[in-house]
Design a protein. Structure first.
Length: 180
């Protein structure tokens, strides 16, 4: 395994540890909302945006149309265009074939980790970082859905806040370093 891949996977481990329980909460909530396992998997595999996915479940539960959910998701995630553009300027090599994959994998947390890394970013580092986060999110969703209602309701509802807490925990050390 190359040095860049290993560094990306290692940098992504804290995100994996944070995403898995939050994605599990999403899977649990998806099941209680009446979404099928295939739909929950699709949300996580193709949307891969935690806040939007939780929002979409709430909108589905309230009978909002699909087009309104898509528009709301686009607006909520517009910041990802800016984050992706920022990271693209930091890439050592801008390989056009890889840019869509790099852009798809950008989350608040992966952006915070990559943006606070010194120097240029390699494609391998960024893809390994993002894949680690992605695999946690998709697998956590499936585990949560399959676990169903095994967890108490209060615990299921409280897991959603974990996404925001994790983002803050990842961002603070980088902000402290920049402030020095």
């Amino acid at each position: 395994m190359s040095k860049s891949l290993k560094a990306g996977f290692l940098a992504g481990l804290p995100i994996f540890i944070g995403y898995f329980p939050v994605a599990t909460a999403f899977g649990l909530l998806a099941k209680t909302t009446g979404v099928s396992l295939g739909e929950a998997f699709g949300f996580s595999a193709f949307v891969f945006a935690g806040a939007s996915q939780f929002m979409a479940l709430n909108l589905i539960q309230n009978g909002v149309t699909h087009i309104e959910i898509i528009i709301a998701t686009l607006l909520l995630n517009f910041r990802h265009f800016l984050m992706s553009a920022t990271l693209a300027t930091r890439l050592e090599q801008r390989t056009f074939k890889l840019l869509p994959f790099v852009a798809f994998g950008v989350t608040d947390e992966s952006f915070a980790v990559a943006a606070t890394r010194d120097g240029l970013l390699t494609n391998k580092y960024l893809i390994a970082l993002e894949f680690t986060a992605y695999s946690a999110w998709v697998s956590g969703t499936i585990v949560g859905f399959l676990a169903g209602a095994a967890l108490p309701t209060i615990l299921q509802k409280s897991m959603g806040i974990g996404l925001y807490a994790m983002f803050i925990a990842i961002l603070i050390p980088g902000v402290k370093r920049v402030g020095r």
